[in-house]
Design a protein around this ligand. Structure first.
Ligand code: SAH
Length: 397
C-alpha cells in the first residue's frame, strides 16, 4: 500500500524526528541513486534505517533540509483532503484569536502542520507563498483546498521569497483564482489599512506579525508626538494616530509604501495628524537629530539587516546604529520600540546591540517589554529558532 517512494534515514538519525522535530537534513538521509532521482518536492514515506515509517514528508534531494514531515501517519496521503483539514484547523484557531475579523496569517508553515507554506488572509482575498518544492508541487491542491474551506474571491501566489532559490524554484507572482484590482483593505486593531500584494507590495502585502506590537505601542500614543521609522504602509504610525497621537511622522524610502500609509490615514480620518517623509532612514534620523527634534514615541521596525551568515557582523552594527539614532530622538521619559525580523539575529544578540546603541547615545533607560510576533505566527515547538521577530519596548531617560 506504499503509495509513495520510501526514503531512508541513515542509521541512528531518527532520534530527533521521533522526538517531534519535523525535518531530516540531507546528510541524515541515505542518498542512494534511487533516492537522488526522486523529483524535488515529491511526497515520500520517510523511514528509519530499519524501515519503520516515521510519516509522510515532502522530499527535495537538492535542499539542505531534505525531508519535511507533513504527517506522522505513514499511510497518509498528501492530497487536497489533508490540506483542507490543516486549513480548517488553522482557521478555527484564527477564529478564536480574532473573532469575526478575517485578516491574519492563516497558515504559518510548520507550526500549522504545512512545512514551507504561508497563507495570509485579507477578508475575501488570500495570498499564498509556497516556499518549498513540496508545496510548489501541491499548488493546485492548495487552491482547491482553500476554495473548499474558505471560498475566497481571489487567490494570489506571491512566490517571491528568497528561500525558493534554495529549493531550486523560480520566483513568480500569479493570480490562481479571481482577480485583484489595485490595493486591498486590511482591518487590524480596529483601524483600516490598505496594502497592494498584487501590485508589487512587499512580501504578501502586509506584515501581520507586528499586530500586537502595534497595539501595544499605540496604547501609549494619546497626545503623543510619534516618529515611525521604516513605516511601510503605516501599521504602527496610522494606528498611533487612530489612538489619539497628536502628531505622527512616517518615514520610508518607498513612495509606494508611503502612498498606502497616506490612504490609510485618510480611511481613518487622521490625515491631519499624519505626515510622511520619503528618505533613507539613517540619513533622515541624523538630520532630525541635528535639528534637535524629539518625540514621545519612536518606532524603528526595519527590514532584516542580517540576510545571510556573512552579513551577521555588519547587520548587528546596523541595529546598534539604529538604536543609537532612534534613542537620540526620544524625549526624556519617552518610549522606543525597536524590532528585528532577521532570522539570523538571535534575541540576546539583538538586545545587546540595542543596549550598545543606547549607551552610544549616552541615554539610560529600561526594557519594559520583550516581544515577538502575534499568535497567528505560531512557532513549532521543535523549531524555536523560527521565532524570527524580536521586539523591545524601552523607556528612555
Ligand atoms: N514597520 C512596517 C514594516 C517595515 S518593512 C510595518 O509595521 O508594517 C521595512 C520597510 O523599510 C519597507 O517599507 C522599506 O521600504 C523600508 N526601508 C528599507 N530600507 C530603508 C532605508 N534604508 N530607509 C528607509 N526605509 C527603508
Amino acid at each position: 500500500m506504499a503509495k509513495y517512494p520510501s526514503v531512508f534515514l541513515r542509521a541512528g538519525e531518527d532520534r530527533r524526528l521521533r522526538q517531534g522535530h519535523p525535518w531530516a537534513f540531507s546528510n541524515e538521509i541515505l542518498m542512494n541513486p534511487e533516492t537522488k532521482a526522486i523529483a524535488p518536492g515529491s511526497p515520500v514515506i520517510l523511514r528509519t534505517a530499519g524501515g519503520d515509517a516515521l510519516g509522510i514528508a515532502t522530499f527535495n534531494p537538492h535542499s539542505l533540509i531534505g525531508a519535511r514531515l507533513v504527517s506522522r501517519d505513514g499511510t497518509a496521503l498528501l492530497d487536497q483532503a489533508l490540506l483542507a483539514a490543516r486549513f480548517s484547523a488553522a482557521l478555527a484557531l484564527r477564529a478564536r484569536l480574532y473573532g469575526g475579523v478575517p485578516h491574519y496569517r492563516l497558515v504559518h508553515a510548520e507550526a500549522d502542520g504545512l512545512p514551507g507554506l504561508i497563507v495570509d488572509r485579507y477578508g475575501d482575498t488570500v495570498v499564498v507563498q509556497a516556499n518549498t518544492a513540496g508545496m510548489h508541487l501541491l499548488s493546485d491542491d492548495i487552491v482547491a483546498a482553500l476554495e473548499s474551506v474558505l471560498a475566497p474571491a481571489a487567490i494570489l501566489f506571491k512566490n517571491d521569497s528568497p528561500s525558493r532559490k534554495l529549493e531550486g524554484l523560480e520566483t513568480e507572482s500569479r493570480i490562481a483564482r479571481g482577480s485583484i484590482e489595485g490595493p486591498i483593505d486590511v482591518i487590524e486593531n480596529g483601524a483600516r489599512f490598505v496594502c497592494d500584494p498584487a501590485g508589487g507590495g512587499q512580501k504578501t502585502g502586509w506584515f501581520f506579525d507586528q499586530r500586537d506590537n502595534r497595539a501595544m505601542v499605540a496604547s501609549f500614543a494619546h497626545g503623543a508626538r510619534v516618529l515611525d521609522v521604516f513605516s511601510y504602509a503605516g501599521g504602527f504610525g496610522v494606528l498611533a494616530a487612530h489612538q489619539g497621537a497628536a502628531d505622527v511622522t512616517m518615514l520610508d524610502r518607498s513612495q509606494a509604501a508611503l502612498d498606502l500609509a497616506v490612504q490609510a490615514a485618510r480611511l481613518n480620518q487622521v490625515e491631519a495628524r499624519c505626515r510622511v517623509v520619503k528618505g533613507e532612514a539613517f540619513d533622515e534620523l541624523e538630520r532630525l537629530a541635528a535639528a534637535k527634534e524629539r518625540y514621545d514615541i519612536v518606532i524603528a521596525d526595519p527590514p532584516a539587516f542580517v540576510k545571510s551568515r556573512k552579513d551577521e557582523k555588519v547587520g548587528a552594527q546596523g541595529y546598534r546604529k539604529l538604536a543609537r539614532q532612534a534613542a537620540t530622538l526620544v524625549a526624556p521619559g519617552g518610549l522606543l520600540f525597536i524590532a528585528s525580523c532577521s532570522h539570523l539575529m538571535p534575541a540576546p544578540l539583538f538586545a545587546e546591540q540595542v543596549r550598545r546603541g543606547l549607551h552610544d547615545a549616552h541615554r539610560g533607560g529600561r526594557i519594559l517589554r520583550v516581544t515577538g510576533a502575534g499568535m497567528d505566527h505560531p512557532v513549532h515547538p521543535s523549531l524555536p529558532e523560527s521565532a524570527y521577530l524580536k521586539g523591545l519596548l524601552l523607556q528612555v531617560d
